[in-house]
Write a protein that binds this ligand. Structure first.
Ligand code: PGA
Length: 235
């Protein structure tokens, strides 16, 4: 299982360091097959010495370096040995207005640089209300020109209406979409959207789910560890 935590624009450099040290010790007991990834804010990237946690970048501009005010490029990420990135998150698509074309450019760039790419897809509520066919048409557009045969690709299915809202998709809904995505990709498929310590076990027990991408419930190390334990069936 892949258990990933996306801090978004939360946590400072100091609180991230404290968090990582706490979570790393707790995670000595993680399941052997499980991998834990944390996406902290850029100001908290550093050369951490961690036994159990991998650090990823929440975003990256598709260039080695250059005149891209406010962005972060490859050279700055490599300084901290970052080789994992989130691309296509719904907040970047909807709030930051990233187009599919731009997202594809990012994908291609970071693929060329052998990054592990957590590629996010997911439909807004009005699409979900029209049923599974509309949902998959929407997701197919988000997969357009994305090389799904890339071996370091991890898909995160995150329905927009479930992100940060406390509304989680039912396990049946998640399985329906994951099964359909599975017909298109062979890589791991994570679920994201209001995953927390209470619903994680049910979601992770599904054979169609290869892990979770967690926002709000990843912010406190002890809470996030409960999700890691749910994955490994540790009581
Ligand atoms: P959430 O966020 O867990 O707070 O809903 C998930 C995400 O955006 O990855």
């Amino acid at each position: 299982m892949i258990i990933a935590g996306n801090f978004k624009a939360n946590h400072t450099r100091a609180s991230t360091a404290e968090y990582l040290s706490a979570l790393d010790s707790l995670s000595d007991q993680k399941g052997e097959e499980d991998s834990i990834v944390i996406f902290p804010p850029f100001t908290a990237l550093d050369n951490y010495t961690l036994k159990n946690i991998k650090i990823g970048a929440q975003n990256g501009y598709p260039a080695e370096k250059g005149s891209y005010t406010g962005e972060i490029c490859l050279e700055a990420l490599l300084e901290f040995d970052i080789d994992t990135i989130l691309i296509g998150h719904s907040e970047r698509r909807h709030i930051l207005k990233e187009s599919q074309d731009f997202i594809v450019r990012k994908y291609e760039f970071f693929k060329r640089n052998n990054f592990n790419i957590f590629y996010c897809v997911g439909e807004p509520i009005e699409v979900r209300q029209k049923g599974i066919e509309s949902v998959m048409n929407y997701i197919d557009k988000q997969l357009e020109n994305i090389d799904v045969s890339y071996q370091n690709l991890i898909i995160a299915y995150e329905p927009v209406w479930a992100i940060g809202t406390g509304l989680t998709a039912s396990v049946e809904d998640i399985e329906e979409v994951h099964k359909a995505i599975r017909e298109r990709v062979e890589t791991p498929i994570l679920y994201g959207g209001s995953v927390n310590a209470s619903n994680a076990a049910d979601i992770l027990n599904s054979s169609f789910v290869d892990g979770v991408l967690v926002g709000g419930a990843s912010l406190v190390a002890e809470d996030f560890y409960k999700i890691i334990k749910a994955s490994a069936n540790i009581s």
